[in-house]
Design a protein around this ligand. Structure first.
Ligand SMILES: *Cc1c(COP(=O)(O)O)cnc(C)c1O
Length: 226
């Protein structure tokens, strides 16, 4: 049986190798350990192995788990956020990945303003134009970015995508590449730094790193099956 610590080491080594294969700086890619469905004890094991960035996809689980995990960690909400739950989650997390509507952007801005803080967000893009997936279309993303840039209490840090389930990691590559191309175009057109590209999960994070990911969201390869 391998431990969470062993698996984290293995994944970090693979991320590093993937970055070097394409001439990227390995330090420019961060691992978001997706701890959803796993208890605070599993988070503690990962923390003991040097992990500081964690992802959760349900607000109620954030409310229960994050306060039990101690300070000094960085938490990202990675799943869909309903507007009526913004108030609960904004005080707990550092970044809301997967913002998929302008209403949600405005809602986060309002609550973050009330709390006197600025919330990092990533815009979720449905690059594969998959009817079953949330996110802005490639065409809608610039409009959403412009709205986000006008909000005082929201900091749009970049883009994220969740491609539909692929049978092989290579099948996700064109979708990851499309997100990078979109990010580069938006940086040029809007003149803003849009540093983060969140893409890649347990099955395809190495391909995502090769295609420019700055954040990979890895759950089961670290914590085990759910
Ligand atoms: C669960 C989840 C992940 C991690 O998935 P694994 O396949 O377990 O690595 C990544 N991103 C999102 C949005 C998720 O909901």
């Amino acid at each position: 049986m391998t431990s969470i610590c062993d698996r984290l080491k293995e994944i970090r080594a693979r991320m590093c190798a993937a970055a070097l294969r394409v001439g990227r700086d390995p330090l420019a890619v961060r691992l978001c350990a997706v701890s959803k469905t796993f208890p605070a004890e599993a988070v503690a094991e990962a923390v003991a192995a040097g992990q500081v960035l964690f992802g959760e996809n349900r607000v109620q689980e954030c409310v229960e788990k994050i306060p039990r995990c101690g300070g000094g960690l960085e938490w990202h909400l990675i799943g869909h956020l309903q507007s009526n739950k913004v108030r609960k989650v904004v005080p707990l997390v550092n970044c809301v990945q997967g913002v998929d509507s302008v209403e949600l952007l405005r809602g986060i801005d309002r609550v973050a303003g009330e709390l006197g803080r600025r919330m990092g967000v990533l815009l979720q893009v449905n690059v594969a134009a998959d009817g079953a997936k949330a996110g802005f279309s490639v065409e809608e993303t610039e409009g959403a970015l412009v709205v986000g840039l006008g909000l005082e209490h929201v900091e749009v840090r970049g883009l994220m995508t969740i491609p539909s389930l692929c049978e092989a990691p290579e099948e996700a590559r064109p979708h990851f590449a499309a997100l990078r191309v979109l990010r580069d175009a938006l940086v040029l057109r809007c003149g803003v730094p849009l540093g983060e590209l969140s893409m890649g999960m347990s099955g395809d994070y190495e391909v995502a790193v090769e295609e420019g990911a700055t954040l990979v969201r890895v759950g089961s390869a670290i914590f085990g099956g759910r």
